[in-house]
Design a protein around this ligand. Sequence first.
Ligand code: SF4
Length: 299
Amino acid sequence: MAKSQSEENSKQESFGTAKVYINNAKSILNKATGFIDYYDFTLNPYRGCQYGCSYCYAAAFSPNSKMRQDWGNWVIIKQNAVEILEKELQKWQKKNPDKPASIYMSSVTDPYQPIESKQMLTRGLLEAMVKYQPILVIQTRSPLIAKDVDILQQFRRLRINMSIPTGSEQVRKDFEPRTPSISARLKAIETLKRNIRYQESHWIRFSVTITPLLPTFPEDEVDFIRKLEIVDRVVIQEFHPTQTRSLVAGTRQEAENIKQKYSWWYDNEQLNYLQFKEKLDLLLSGVEIKEGKAGFGFE
Ligand code: SF4
């Protein structure tokens, strides 16, 4: 009987509560589609994600249904990622000498999930990329990104998107209990902004992506929104539609169950979304507020 892809990934060790597998990727730059089709490529250093957010649509891209059910408890390291990236960027440059590739890192994993502190694979990819100077977006919810300030500041065209879907810690703990606190994420942005040595020709911007927009308790709202003044752009988006088919990206059932606890918000979701957006517009006059796909563009 043929082995499944997950069985072919030899189990290497554990990291925290996660099973860790290693794998050789066939390619590392994949054509960007859907809400990030503005970019040429997506780049996912890992497969799977230790954060295991309840609403994560990326679980749909697990190697099999067992791993999909176990989302958050495994990660696959693409051990040859740096080598492959180097080859793929060389090929791009040969074909497109005057056009840098635009890359969105990452679409179905968090490049700074906990294992990055040990593996430093994302860092290796940044080191490989910097000489090609792609247009680069990094999407994460991890303060670990701040450790790479020395290399990040060498990119001439960089946007860092920090995911913060709620301003209330209790809501975060319900929907994404394994992730860093809201304050740690905001602090990471501040640290990066403070420590980056800006050069005139470099264009480095910061966004907070409130995607999907989760409830924020009324008493936390104003304080949270005011703290977002540190970024250039705030992006909001509703949940992806719920999907039950395993290979279709959508909000997971786990999140649908947690939503029951927040019926005060979800019973009037459309209205609450609009009112939250109005507050962003009102309180963040110097910040660009964008919705959905429009917020994920580079400029
Ligand atoms: S951090 Fe991102 S990729 Fe990881 S589980 Fe959460 S939503 Fe999914």
